[in-house]
Design a protein around this ligand. Sequence first.
Ligand code: C5P
Length: 224
Amino acid sequence: MNKIVIAIDGHSGCGKSSTAKSVAKALGYTYIDSGAMYRAATLHFLNNHTVLTNPKDVKKGLDTLDISFQVNPNNQKQETYLNGLNVEEEIRTMRVSDYVSEVSKIKEVRQELVAQQQKLGSKKGVVMDGRDIGTVVFPDAELKIFMTAAIQIRAERRQKEILEKGELIELDKIINNLQERDRIDSSRAESPLIKAEDAIEIDTSYLDFENQVEQIVSLAKERL
Ligand code: C5P
């Protein structure tokens, strides 16, 4: 059967990953969370006290970085591994969130992770979410979605998500983190977050989740 690549980009916290996961499930595709890869790289750099302004240090960090995904047989959820260790929870903490956009600005980090992402999607049948998937990683993706949502709604969703993992963070702090990441992600020199010309924009602020997934699934089916 014909398979396509679906690229889902957008700002932090507008529901890209939960949408992408459900779209992948509905189509029997593989979901790839490119943000988790940048988060895992960030955790690795934090653990190794990598000096981001020192190219040799960054290279050393990249040379010892091994990111993989595995499905947890207990809940069927895909989890992120860093050098063989399950880091799914740790990469979602504020410690990593506060630092990840700085790491994601580095050209060598992007080159390495983009190459890995392209390899993961080379056989098609993937849904990948991120910031530069439709513009840089898969510029020829058959379906490109650009998701947006109001900042307050994005922050509330993120707060709930973090709370489910046992961490209570004030809304203001989350809003600051989202805005700061948006600012850095959109203004960086290396593959900034921009909507691809041929991407379809979906504002998820007041959209019912099921509806939003259905919309993307039917757009995908039109392209098979
Ligand atoms: O998607 P998530 O919010 O987990 O991504 C965390 C961070 O990783 C983003 O704020 C951004 O700095 C970086 N990122 C990126 N390019 C991607 C995916 C994520 O620069 N394709």
